[in-house]
Design a protein around this ligand. Structure first.
Ligand code: ATP
Ligand code: ZN
Length: 286
């Protein structure tokens, strides 16, 4: 029997496109799966199942699929037997407590003996216990942010990314219960040959993640300031320096982290660098 892995990803919604892009960037060809439950990858022994995100932890626990891509928020709420194998760096959001803007909020004790509307009763209960508080939890499945406005609850616990939905509903974010991102999970009983396949996939995912965090930078440096410029650049080993046809100048190549990027450009310009080019990296194997 040929070895194969089954992976569940969100059918549609906030994690769908990024999950597909990640697999594609790993060189896995998936035909458009709109309106299909499952598609087979063309060039990797992987079947991709399209499901509601809430169902993914259960499908993994039941071993209907071997892997899943799901938000930590959903994974922790569902409490199923699924093991995180890799954080994926997308789908970032926070699960937060929000209260009406007009309330004077002084700390978690505000929630004591109040009502809280949420789609995350397990995580909220856990948070209350941690802070030794009691509150009534109203579980609702959508539009949690309107609950205080219609008199259903005193506070909410919901996912937030920018905070604009809260603001529009007269609420303010006061506590972060959980910081979440998309993760890849597996069940505990992968066949050794399947684990080998997963390792191969993980190797690719890690090189894609690294590449996304880094940029390749090329610039021209006046030789009299070359040492200073090279000292500013990290590189994988050290920057590459090549002579330019024009005497007195060199071409310098390096890899830089996206986070330090703008600061670095400023410093390079001050040090006399010219013709700075920045290009994305597709894969990074170090
Ligand atoms: P489904 O139909 O699959 O149940 P859904 O409506 O529950 O979809 P989405 O709104 O598409 O879910 O969100 C899926 C996941 O995306 C969330 O569980 C969370 O991990 C992540 N996410 C990232 N940012 C946000 C955000 N601002 N609001 C909600 N979810 C976010
Ligand atoms: Zn959902």
């Amino acid at each position: 029997m040929s070895v194969n892995l089954k992976i569940a990803i969100q059918k549609s919604g906030r994690l769908h496109d990024d999950s597909i892009s990640l697999l594609k960037d790993c060189g896995i060809d998936i035909k458009n799966g709109v309106n299909r439950l499952m598609v087979e990858a063309e060039n990797f022994p992987l079947s991709v199942f399209f499901l509601r995100d809430d169902d993914i932890p259960q499908y993994v626990e039941d071993k209907v699929v071997d892997l899943g891509i799901v938000g930590e928020n959903v994974l922790f709420e569902k409490q199923k037997d699924a093991v995180v194998v890799e954080k994926l760096g997308f789908g970032k959001c926070r699960l937060s407590v929000a209260v009406p803007k007009v309330e004077e909020y002084t700390g978690p004790a505000f929630l004591n003996h109040k009502t809280i509307a949420t789609s995350y009763p397990v995580l909220v209960q856990h948070y209350l216990q941690q802070h030794q508080l009691t509150a009534e939890i109203h579980e609702i499945s959508g539009s949690v942010e309107i609950a205080p406005g219609i008199g259903l609850s005193d506070a909410i616990v919901d996912l937030v990314s920018s905070g604009s939905t809260l603001f529009m509903n007269g609420l303010k974010e006061v506590e972060v219960i959980l910081k979440s991102e998309a993760v890849m999970v597996k069940h505990q009983d992968l066949h050794p040959a399947q684990q080998q396949l997963l390792d191969k996939l993980l190797f690719r995912i890690r090189s894609v993640k690294k590449a996304r965090k880094n940029k390749y930078i090329l610039l021209n440096a006046p030789n009299h300031n070359l040492e200073n410029i090279v000292a500013l650049l990290p590189g994988i080993k050290s920057p590459t320096v090549l002579p330019l046809a024009q005497s007195g100048w060199s071409s310098v190549h390096s890899v830089v982290n996206e986070n330090d990027f703008w600061d670095l450009i400023e410093k390079l310009k001050i040090a006399g660098a010219e013709g700075i080019l920045v290009v994305p990296i597709e894969k990074m194997i170090v």
